[in-house]
Design a protein around this ligand. Structure first.
Ligand SMILES: *Cc1c(COP(=O)(O)O)cnc(C)c1O
Length: 377
C-alpha cells in the first residue's frame, strides 16, 4: 500500500530527545533545543525573531492578539484554507471576509483584495497553499496603501520563497506549522515569525501566559508578574529536540520532496496535454518546498471515482479543504465578498497524491500508472 503521508523521522530525533531529558534535564518550554530551533529559523530565513509555539493555530492566535484585532474588525483571507486561519481572528471578535482564489495556484487572488477593503478592514491573511507563494509584492503594496497588517499563514511554506525571500518573512507576522503532516515536524507545533522589532517584547509576554517571565529570566526585571493578555503557547523542549534534528537536515528533506514532486509533474504532463487533468502552476519568482502534489480533474464526480480507483490499487489519495464560507461557522462568522468564480469549483476538482520524504521512484511510477489506467478506460 502507498500511504498518503508518512510522518518524517530521520533518526537523530531520539538522540536529541535523550539529550533534552538526560543531559539538559530541562523539558519545559524555552530550553536549549527551543533556542536552537529559533536561532536556526532566524539565521536561515533572515527573520528578526522566531518564537516556537505549540501549533501554527496558536501562532496565528498570537498574531491576532499582537495586531490588536477587535470586535467588528474585518480580516481578509481566502475561503480555501484550514479553519485555524479564520478561527484565530474570530476568537478576537473579527468578521472574516473571504475573497476568491486564483485557479492556477489556489491562493488568494491579489487583484480582488482591494475591492473587499472597507473602513473596518484591519488585516490581510495570505495563505501560501501547497508551499507556493501568494503574490506578495501586490499584497504588501495594498497593505501599505490602506495601513493594514499582513499575517502570513505559512503553515505549508517552510523553506519556500518568493523572489528570493523566505515565506513567513514578508508580513508583520508569519506563522509556520510543525504538525506531523507538514514537511518538518515536532508532532504538534509551530512558530511565530516576527519581522518588526516593536512586536517582540509583547509577543514574548503573550506566549508566557501574559507575564514578563522572559524579561525576568534575562535579568531585566527582578520579579515577574501578570502584565498583559496571554496564554500558554510554549512547546515542551522535548518537541523542540525532535524538530531540531529535522531542521538540521532541512535541505536533504527539501531536495528529496522536490525530486518526487518533479517526477510526478513530468510523468503526468502527457495527461495534461490530452486535457484530462490540470497540473499545479509555480509562478515566476516562486521557489517551492514540494509540500504537496495535487492534480485537478474535471469535476467532483470524477474525483470521487479516481480516489476510489486509486484506493483499489492500494494508493491513498485525498481531497482537501471544503471552502470555509460554505461551512456552518463560516456562514456565522464570515462573508464572501465578490463572486465565487473559482473557490468552490476548483476545490471540488482537486486531488492530493501521496508525497512524503522517502517516497520511492517506483511508488510514484505506480501512482502515475494507476492514474493513466483510469483515463485509458
Ligand atoms: C496545517 C495548517 C494549519 C494549522 O497548523 P497546526 O500546526 O496544526 O495548528 C493552519 N493553516 C494551514 C494553511 C495549514 O495547512
Amino acid at each position: 500500500m502507498i500511504n498518503f503521508n508518512v510522518p518524517l523521522v530521520l533518526g537523530n530525533e531520539i538522540d536529541y530527545l535523550n539529550d533534552a531529558i538526560t543531559l539538559n534535564k530541562k523539558i519545559c518550554g524555552d530550553g536549549e533545543f527551543t533556542k536552537k530551533c529559533n536561532k536556526w529559523i532566524e539565521e536561515n530565513f533572515h527573520v528578526k525573531k522566531s518564537l516556537l509555539t505549540t501549533s501554527c493555530t496558536h501562532a496565528l492566535e498570537m498574531a491576532a492578539i499582537l495586531a490588536e484585532i477587535k470586535e467588528g474588525d474585518e480580516v481578509i483571507m481566502p475561503s480555501y484554507t484550514f479553519v485555524s486561519t479564520a478561527n484565530a481572528f474570530v476568537l478576537r471578535g473579527a468578521k472574516i471576509i473571504f475573497v476568491d482564489i486564483r485557479p492556477d495556484t489556489m491562493n488568494i487572488d491579489e487583484n480582488l483584495i482591494e475591492q473587499a477593503i472597507t473602513k473596518r478592514t484591519k488585516a490581510i491573511v495570505p495563505v501560501h497553499y501547497a508551499g507556493i507563494a501568494c503574490e506578495m509584492d501586490k499584497i504588501l503594496e495594498i497593505a501599505e496603501k490602506y495601513d493594514l497588517f499582513v499575517i502570513e499563514d505559512a503553515a505549508q511554506g517552510v523553506m519556500s520563497s518568493y523572489k528570493g525571500k523566505r515565506l513567513g518573512t514578508f508580513g508583520q507576522f508569519g506563522c509556520f506549522s510543525f504538525h506531523e503532516t507538514k514537511n518538518y515536524s515536532m508532532g504538534e507545533g509551530g512558530s511565530l515569525l516576527i519581522n518588526q522589532e516593536r512586536f517582540i517584547e509583547r509577543a514574548e509576554i503573550i506566549r508566557e501566559k501574559g507575564t514578563n517571565r522572559s524579561n525576568f529570566i534575562k535579568g531585566q526585571v527582578d520579579k515577574y508578574t501578570w502584565v498583559d493578555l496571554g496564554s500558554s503557547y510554549l512547546p515542551s523542549d522535548m518537541n523542540a529536540a525532535f524538530l531540531y534534528a529535522q531542521l538540521e537536515e532541512a535541505d536533504l528533506v527539501n531536495n528529496n520532496r522536490l525530486n518526487s514532486w518533479n517526477q510526478y509533474y513530468n510523468s503526468l504532463g502527457e495527461l495534461e496535454k490530452k486535457g484530462f487533468i490540470t497540473l499545479p502552476t509555480i509562478p515566476e519568482g516562486c521557489t517551492h518546498n514540494a509540500h504537496m502534489f495535487y492534480i485537478k480533474v474535471e469535476n467532483s464526480q470524477l474525483r470521487a471515482e479516481l480516489i476510489e480507483h486509486l484506493k483499489n490499487n492500494g494508493i491513498i489519495a485525498t481531497f482537501h479543504y471544503i471552502p470555509l464560507h460554505s461551512a456552518p461557522a463560516g456562514l456565522e462568522f464570515g462573508e464572501f465578498r465578490g463572486i465565487d468564480n473559482f473557490t468552490t469549483k476548483e476545490s471540488e476538482r482537486l486531488v492530493r497524491l501521496p508525497l512524503y520524504f522517502g517516497l520511492k521512484k517506483e511508488e510514484i511510477e505506480q501512482v502515475v500508472d494507476a492514474i493513466n489506467e483510469f483515463y485509458s478506460k
